[in-house]
Design a protein around this ligand. Structure first.
Ligand SMILES: CC(C)(COP(=O)(O)OP(=O)(O)OC[C@H]1O[C@@H](n2cnc3c(N)ncnc32)[C@H](O)[C@@H]1OP(=O)(O)O)[C@@H](O)C(=O)NCCC(=O)NCCS
Length: 199
């Protein structure tokens, strides 16, 4: 599957390219504290993600995943440019056909409903062309904005996984949210209507 450009009401999602580096770095810098609270801490010695080489290496990894069908990663672009990232990776194929969502947005444009719009775009692609059956997102219980996004989109809360993922150096419990192709078949049209169509 070629990675398409996904267009919503206000947003464009497309794979990041080398030319996006400066915009990506600027947003990462401006929102560093707001983002790093919710992200894994890198092992000592690993290059800081703010370096150009690291960005280019990330693009190469993501392109290889696209080609293999094991991950799809998008930059989120609004009118005023790069706004955040939407990663559907890894994707486990075979009898699972299951994908994990990760997402973040520039603090300066939070609260505009950009992320729900971006997630609906990616769900339509996932359950359509990409042939995925289950999309999961795992959220730290105290991450109220992210849980709110899951609720607004009707993701099912499936339980609490203890010490699930290392975030900012701590093995944090995570609430497991999921949506399957069956859910999308019944709820997708309403989600598209709410989040993708002109008001
Ligand atoms: C979670 C996140 C992606 C939501 O993106 P968003 O585009 O702001 O989503 P929404 O506009 O739908 O807002 C979701 C909720 O955030 C809260 N919110 C609104 N404005 C906010 C602001 N300026 N700052 C923080 N939270 C805000 C509100 O509770 C809102 O719910 P509401 O629509 O019922 O009012 C974003 O907060 C983020 O990037 N957080 C840091 C990284 C992160 O937590 N990623 C997810 C890890 S699982």
């Amino acid at each position: 599957v070629d990675v398409p450009h996904l267009r919503g009401r206000r947003l464009l999602l497309r794979p990041l390219a080398r030319d996006d580096y400066e915009a990506w770095r600027d947003v990462r810098r401006a929102s560093r504290e707001w983002l790093e609270r919710w992200e894994p801490r890198r092992p000592p010695g690993e290059t800081a993600p703010s370096a150009r080489d690291d960005f280019v290496a990330m693009l190469a990894d993501r392109a290889a995943e696209h080609a293999a069908g094991t991950g799809y990663s998008f930059g989120i672009f609004a009118d005023d440019g790069f706004a955040g990232a939407m990663n559907m990776r890894p994707i486990e194929r075979g009898p699972f056909q299951s994908a994990r969502l990760g997402y973040w947005i520039d603090e300066r444009v939070a609260g505009r409903g950009y992320m729900p719009e971006a997630i609906v775009l990616v769900l339509r692609f996932a359950f359509g062309e990409a042939g995925i059956h289950r999309v999961e997102a795992n959220v730290i219980p105290r991450n109220a904005p992210s849980r709110r996004v899951m609720e607004k989109l009707g993701f099912r809360e499936e339980g609490l996984a203890l010490r699930y993922l290392q975030i900012a150096g701590v093995w944090e419990d995570h609430v497991r949210y999921a949506m399957t192709a069956e859910d999308w078949a019944s709820q997708g049209a309403a989600l598209e209507h709410t989040w993708l169509e002109e008001e």
